[in-house]
Design a protein around this ligand. Structure first.
Ligand SMILES: [Zn+2]
Length: 150
């Protein structure tokens, strides 16, 4: 299939993990890389929407404190994790460090950025404490992030 992750057997992965999903070389020679940051075991567990949504806002804002090469961090529709899209090729460990630093910021946050009707499309669907609980659990399993397959 056209989409890299559609060719991934989701029964074989072992969440939590961070996986290089795709590398694209643009016509000008610039490189874009896409990582799956999987919080939940597919088809076993998922994040509730307010936690996922707040984590999206928090990671979008705080990741950029650590790198100017973040293009996008967006939630998977299956609510089991996020796509992290980065400019250029990265050392794998540098990606893990970026995710770790970002989630550590999430734990320190006192509010969800842009959780209001001006800046967000569903401002009622947020939970800082829920996002922080998810971040805390994921960080506690930092040693497992590099192992993608069961
Ligand atoms: Zn929003």
């Amino acid at each position: 299939m056209n989409v890299e992750s559609f060719n991934l057997d989701h029964r074989t992965v072992a969440a939590p993990y961070v996986r290089l999903a795709d590398t694209k070389v643009l016509p000008g020679g610039d490189v874009i890389t896409k990582y799956d940051v999987r919080f939940c075991q597919p088809n076993v567990d998922h994040l509730e929407m307010p936690s996922l949504h707040s984590l999206e806002h928090l990671m979008a804002e705080h990741s950029r404190n650590h790198s100017d090469r973040v293009i996008d961090i967006s939630p998977m529709g299956c609510q089991t994790g996020f796509y992290v899209i980065l400019q250029g090729e990265w050392e794998y460990d540098a990606v893990l460090d970026l995710v770790q630093a970002t989630l550590e910021d999430v734990l320190e946050a006192t509010e969800v950025p842009a959780a209001n009707v001006v800046q967000c499309g569903w401002a009622a669907s947020h939970t800082l404490s829920g996002a922080q609980a998810v971040a805390r659990d994921f960080l506690a399993k930092r040693g497992e992030w590099a192992q993608v397959s069961a």
